[in-house]
Ligand binder design. Structure first.
Ligand code: ZN
Ligand code: ZN
Length: 247
């Protein structure tokens, strides 16, 4: 399966990751990735950079060594209404916003609250991707999440790290999410969630899930850089023309 994009990568700036942007770019190129989102943790995560870090992403070239670099963030969902720790004015400057539930920021409670938080984040319009929704620490109403994501054209992430020990017990949930996305018209994106360059663009486990559930390729944005660019453009992201040479 050809995969050209990685929508979830961390640099050393996240505080518990180990590679530079340049090292991630090099690894992306070696893995055949043409478009990579740089998505460091937003400020509520312990060790994460100050909010100014994200405001200054304008200094990062759009394309480095033939790899497109989207200016992104992995925002934290902070409450049951789905509010995130990245202000709206900053979201407008960014190319890709992931919203995730993290134990260090919001304690797990019950399925109704987790689902409400994720749906609130989707409906806010500020979020392009729901990160690692298969985390077994945060059980959710999968059908409700997937239907809302489909309706609001928000990507659901299949997170490769979730299959490699980051969030143990995710596999069953991720399969169920991929099946529900297949059946309810939702779109998927693959994210390595790399915290070291060697993981960038590595999607063997995600691809197994895609094949296993027979997910329709037309709703997997990761197969072509142009597909992800089109999707983000349709969501109102205005900088996608800066990556036209990757189409
Ligand atoms: Zn995360
Ligand atoms: Zn992450």
């Amino acid at each position: 399966m050809q995969i050209q994009t990685d929508t979830h990568t961390h640099t050393i700036s996240s505080g518990h990751a180990y590679s530079s942007l340049q090292e991630n770019v090099n690894a992306a190129r070696r893995a055949g990735i043409r478009l990579m989102a740089m998505t460091d943790h937003a400020p509520s995560m312990p060790g994460a950079p100050h909010i100014w870090f994200f405001g200054n992403l304008k200094v990062v070239p759009r394309i480095i060594d033939n790899v497109g670099v989207l200016r992104g963030v992995e925002a934290n969902i902070c409450d049951v209404d789905g509010n995130i720790d990245v202000p709206e004015q900053l979201v407008e400057q960014l190319d890709l916003v992931i919203a995730s539930l993290h134990e260090a920021v919001i304690a797990p409670s019950d399925s109704a609250s987790h689902t409400r938080a994720l749906i609130g984040a989707i409906k806010s319009g500020l979020v392009d991707v729901i990160g690692h929704p298969g985390n077994p620490n945060y059980p959710i109403d999968i059908d409700a999440l997937v239907k809302t994501a489909a309706q609001h054209q928000v990507l659901i992430e299949l997170n490769n790290s979730s299959f490699l020990g980051s969030r143990r017990g995710s596999h069953k949930n991720c399969l169920a999410i991929a099946e529900a996305a297949r059946d309810h018209g939702a779109w998927l994106t693959l994210g390595s969630d790399a915290h070291v360059s060697f993981s960038v663009g590595q999607f063997a486990e995600c691809c197994d899930v895609i094949k296993q559930v027979g997910f329709p390729m037309e709703r997997l944005v990761s197969t072509h850089a142009a597909k992800l660019l089109d999707f983000l453009e349709a969501r109102g992201k205005t900088s996608m023309s800066k990556y036209h040479e990757l189409r």
